[in-house]
Design a protein around this ligand. Structure first.
Ligand code: PLP
Length: 390
């Protein structure tokens, strides 16, 4: 049965998923869903082979060189925590930004509150929605160990100058952790051309995979010795060792992995690749551009970040705005109940970004078109927004 909802909440998780994702998960569950690597039997070997092949596929997708360094996680939060808590030591200084999601801000704040690290949180331009790489450079001290930056803002969709930040990090011998939650699957990421030491990403947003999937890729600039274990436990091999084997991916992958989810993620990445991420980005930007122009014509609406003609050029598929006459929660409720349109009102787990654009504590209404949204979906949304303003 067709779900009548018009879904514009792809920045939270993409929906729908390509049918091949569910089909692959169902087949894997029915045929090969044994515990990988734990036994020598055929089903266990098949499960391990599938994991290995999706590791390889994801590594190629981002231009990585060693698929053993692709660590499967539950989501992007898990991957970010693994890197942040694994890499930092007492006395380290960290540079991050006001654009970050709580999955970066909170682990960093917890370490700062415990007196383990010091933290510089860089502001951004509310007009462009981007940080200035010169501010990163100015903030580096002899104690700076890590720069953590989101690739795309989950509030405004603005893409950050990560090539420049990576270059600065490399020149100063500082590690660079990229949060690619909002960009992977649409904005090109190529570790052969970009300096990134570690990249965290979800499988369930623009990669179109199932929830419960994500990964952390550690570049060869990071060794096992640079990291603390995140979750100790069974790895299916080296069982006599009293401690976690110091070998990627097992050092960071204790416990039974989400094989069913990873099988679905592999099918999703095939789909994304076949449909050309550049085309999808172009499609999302076309929808965003139309929405920005329409919002400019609706009285009492404020748009955050770049707006008007050209406003979509440096965005992924994400726009946040507010009505003068409704709170974000009221606007989201009306869109849902009266028009069956799903959007995300509130702070989007990015309180510092909302503070800087002046929308804290209520936040804004976020519309995030994705791969499967159509011009017709957007017509219906614009029509609903116009009716609400009248
Ligand atoms: C920029 C950013 N980073 C991290 C995350 C966390 O991702 P996950 O929900 O997969 O943990 C999100 C989720 O919306 C995000 O937008």
């Amino acid at each position: 049965m067709q779900n009548p909802v018009i879904y514009f909440d792809n920045a939270a998780t993409s929906w729908p998923k390509p049918p091949v994702v569910a089909e692959t998960m169902s087949t894997f569950l029915a045929q090969d869903a044994a515990n990988p690597g734990r036994a020598g039997h055929r089903m266990a070997v098949a499960a391990e082979k599938m994991l290995d092949s999706v590791r390889q596929q994801l590594t190629e997708f981002i231009g990585g060189t060693d698929h053993h360094r692709m660590i499967f996680t539950m989501n992007c939060t898990d991957a970010l925590n693994m890197a942040i808590k694994g890499l930092l030591h007492s006395g380290d200084h960290v540079i991050t930004s006001m654009l970050e999601h709580n999955s970066v801000s909170r682990p960093l704040q917890a370490l700062a509150d415990s007196g383990i690290i010091t933290l510089t949180r860089l502001g951004f331009s509310p007009e462009t929605g981007t940080i200035d790489p010169a501010d990163v450079k100015k903030s580096i001290t002899p104690r700076t160990r890590l720069i953590v930056l989101t690739h795309g803002s989950n509030v405004m969709g603005t893409v950050q100058p990560v090539e420049d930040v990576g270059r600065i990090a490399g020149e100063h011998g500082v590690k660079f952790l990229l949060d690619a939650a909002q960009t992977i699957g649409v904005v090109p990421i190529d570790l052969r051309k970009q300096h990134v030491d570690a990249i965290a990403f979800p499988g369930h947003k623009s990669l179109l995979g199932p929830t419960g999937t994500g990964a952390l890729y550690l570049n060869t600039t990071i060794s096992v010795e640079d990291l603390a274990a995140f979750r100790e436990g069974g790895t299916g091999g080296d069982s006599s060792s009293p401690v976690q084997p110091r070998l990627f991916p097992y050092f960071l992958e204790g416990g039974t992995p989400n094989t069913v989810g990873v099988a679905g993620l592999g099918a999703a990445v095939n789909f994304v690749t076949k449909h050309d991420p550049a085309k999808t980005l172009n499609h999302e930007r076309t929808l965003v551009q139309r929405l920005l122009l329409a919002l400019d014509e609706i009285p009492g609406v404020t748009v955050y970040g770049p707006r008007g003609a050209g406003g979509a050029a440096n965005r992924v598929g994400t726009v946040s705005f507010n009505f003068q006459q409704y709170s974000p929660q009221e606007a989201g409720g009306i869109l849902d109940e009266s028009f069956s349109i799903a959007v995300r009102p509130g702070l989007h787990c990015a309180p510092y970004a909302h503070r800087q654009i002046g929308t804290f504590p209520d936040g804004a209404v976020r519309v995030s078109p994705g791969h499967f949204n159509t011009e017709d979906d957007l017509d219906k949304l614009i029509d609903a927004l116009r009716q609400m303003a009248e």
